[in-house]
Each structure stands twice: as structure tokens, then as C-alpha cells.
Write a protein that binds this ligand. Structure first.
Ligand code: KG4
Ligand code: ZN
Length: 334
């Protein structure tokens, strides 16, 4: 038995988890500073870093306590190296390196996107590559082909905003609290997705890339126009139309990627993968084409440290180890 302590601080969640043999979650603690960012309508990096400093040691202690273990039992410490906010990344990374050095435990830096991918492997032990993975969150929209464990090729990515960022920013204009993604998803279930006509990014282009800034601008213009005319926006209908525009593109690219690579499995990951609208649409589209569909349970979609522990464990199993000189990389690539 091998226990890995995972640490994640790439954005506004301070998270620590203990995972056994890369697959079994003994504890997963997530403390979010989202409340503190609400008044600003988005993550303020300086506030996030300060909150990480306050939370990191209590969160690690809680993860060890809930797992019923101590640092003496930990065989590996894995922490997010990037991508993310540099001031946030540094807090988790430094805590991980300090503990690893003090206790002489091997340390490994993990790519946050690889962590999101492992949320699927963690939750579905039977799931094997090759597979397509679409990682959609507040910071990323990445379409990857996983040929085998640890081997990734990027097929497409957003050319501007991330899908979650688009939902959050339009949601803010609708007067919804930050992060607006989950609220829009809930409202979308009650609204009419055909009520408002919104553009699909890069429509008609032969590409596996994404673009959400045109949709964001069109949605914001629509809201402004309504305000100027003194008309009410039907919020549920608008949410449904916006979600439909985002999901249409995500499903389209994922299916094209499966076709181009011959992969029989499609998996979702990242915070937006918590969307019930996206999950239902992607699942139905996959079923229609006899593709297998996977998504992590909701708690493993948004940022957490169990996924980092799992990804780190399997990298370490493959013989990797990081030097204690490893630095945070805000734009680290897979
Ligand atoms: O993966 P994550 O926790 O952090 C990043 O790495 O960005 O993703 C957060 C993003 C936010 O944009 C949030 O609005 C979105 O995921 N999100 C959702 C849902 N839950 C979180 N979007 C749509 N539906 C949801 N249920
Ligand atoms: Zn994330």
C-alpha cells in the first residue's frame, strides 16, 4: 500500500487529499476563497494567494486527520506545478517541497490539466486509453488525445476565452453571483434554448479549436440592448440559450476528435464538466455514435487535490520524481 498526499492551489481552491495506490480516496479537503472574490466578480490573484497562505497547513492537517494517517505514513507528495496563478501555485508547491524535504519524502510536480484528466481514471478504474479528453474549466478549454497513460497530444484548444470564463462573465452581466457557471447550468434546465439566437464560435471552420469571446460579446450586447430598450431579459431562457451555444461547440469538437483519431471513448473533465446540460448532451451524442462516455463525479470535476495525488502517483510509478528546485509554471503545458 502506498499513500500519496496531493496538494492543489492553482486558482482559488486550497485543497489537500490522501489517495491510496492512486485510486482510493481516503480524504479530499477543498477550501475555497470564492466568497472573498464575489464582490469583484472574478478571482483576484492577490486575495487568492493570501488566503492560500492562511489555509494551506490547516487544510493539509485536516486531510491527514480525515484519512486517519500522519505524515509518517505518506510515501509521496504531489503538488500542482502549473498552469495557474503564479502566486497561488507557489503556496502549495512550497508547502509540498518543504514537507518533502523535512520528512525526506519523494516529491513530484503535477500538471493541473493532467490532474483533471486523472479525475476520470480515479473514478472509473475500468477506463483505459486511447481516449479523447475534453477539459473545460474557468481557465482552460483543451481537447486532448490520450494515446496511452501519460502520453497526450493536443488536438484543439480555445483561441481566446475558456468556456467557463464565458459563462462566468456573461453571468455576471445577468447579475448572477460568481462563479456563475453552476447557476447558469441550473437555470438552463428550466429555460428555452431557442429563445435567444447566439453565435457558435468558429462555425464553418475546419478546426478542432474553440473560440468563446465572440459568443461572450454577442451575449453581452444582447443584454445591453435589452437594458437600453427597458426590456426584461428572461434569465432562464437566456441561460439556456447561452449554455446551448457553448455545449453545441463542445460536443461538435469532441465528436470530430473521436472520428479523426478513431478513439472509442470520450471523457469530460474540469469544472464545466459538472454541468448537467453538458453531461447529458455529450452522453446522448456519444450513445448515438456508439462511443463510450465518461465524466468524473461532480465533486471531482472542480478543482481538488485527489486528482493531483492520483496523477502524481502514476507519474511516480513510471519512475518520475521532481527536484526540490522545481518552480511554479503559470503557463505549463502538457
Ligand atoms: O476546474 P475549475 O474548478 O477551476 C479551473 O481550473 O478553472 O472550474 C471552475 C469553472 C468556473 O468557470 C465555473 O463557473 C465552472 O467551472 N462550473 C460550471 C459548473 N460548476 C462549475 N459550469 C457549468 N456548470 C456547472 N455545474
Ligand atoms: Zn481546474
Amino acid at each position: 500500500m502506498s499513500l500519496c498526499l496531493g496538494i492543489e492551489t492553482s486558482c482559488d481552491e486550497t485543497a489537500a487529499a490522501v489517495v491510496k495506490d492512486g485510486r482510493e480516496i481516503l480524504s479530499s479537503v477543498v477550501a475555497s476563497s470564492a466568497e472573498l472574490h464575489k464582490v469583484y466578480g472574478g478571482v483576484v490573484p492577490e486575495i487568492a494567494s493570501r488566503r492560500h497562505i492562511e489555509l494551506i497547513l490547516p487544510v493539509i492537517d485536516q486531510a491527514l486527520n480525515e484519512a486517519g494517517v500522519s505524515l509518517d505514513d505518506i510515501a509521496l507528495i504531489a503538488a500542482t506545478q502549473g498552469p495557474g496563478l503564479v502566486g497561488s501555485l507557489l503556496v502549495g508547491l512550497m508547502a509540498a517541497k518543504a514537507l518533502a524535504f523535512a520528512r525526506n519524502i519523494p516529491f513530484i510536480g503535477v500538471n493541473h490539466i493532467e490532474g483533471h484528466i486523472y479525475a476520470n481514471f480515479l473514478a472509473h478504474p475500468e477506463l483505459m486509453p486511447p481516449a479523447i479528453c475534453l477539459t473545460v474549466s474557468g481557465g482552460h478549454t483543451e481537447l486532448l488525445y490520450i494515446e496511452k497513460f501519460g502520453s497526450y497530444s493536443r488536438l484543439g484548444r480555445t483561441r481566446d476565452d475558456a468556456a467557463g470564463e464565458c459563462l462566468d462573465k456573461v453571468g455576471r452581466m445577468l447579475g448572477l453571483p460568481y462563479p456563475a457557471g453552476p447557476v447558469i447550468d441550473r437555470l438552463a434546465m428550466e429555460g428555452n434554448p431557442q429563445a435567444y439566437s447566439l453565435p457558435r464560435g468558429l462555425a464553418g471552420e475546419e478546426t478542432l479549436d474553440f473560440s468563446f469571446s465572440g459568443l461572450k460579446t454577442a451575449a453581452m450586447n444582447e443584454i445591453n440592448r435589452a437594458k437600453q430598450r427597458g426590456e426584461e431579459i428572461a434569465v432562464a431562457d437566456f441561460a439556456a440559450s447561452l449554455m446551448e451555444a457553448v455545449v453545441d461547440v463542445l460536443v461538435d469538437r469532441a465528436l470530430k476528435a473521436a472520428e479523426a483519431t478513431g478513439a472509442q471513448r470520450v471523457m469530460l473533465s474540469g469544472g464545466v464538466a459538472a454541468s448537467r446540460v453538458l453531461r447529458a448532451r455529450m452522453e446522448a451524442a456519444c450513445r448515438e455514435r456508439s462511443l463510450e462516455f465518461y465524466a468524473p463525479p461532480i465533486a471531482l470535476c472542480t478543482d481538488n487535490a485527489a486528482m493531483i495525488a492520483s496523477a502524481g502517483y502514476f507519474r511516480h510509478l513510471g519512475g518520475e520524481i521532481s527536484p526540490l528546485s522545481l518552480n511554479a509554471e503559470p503557463s505549463l503545458r502538457l
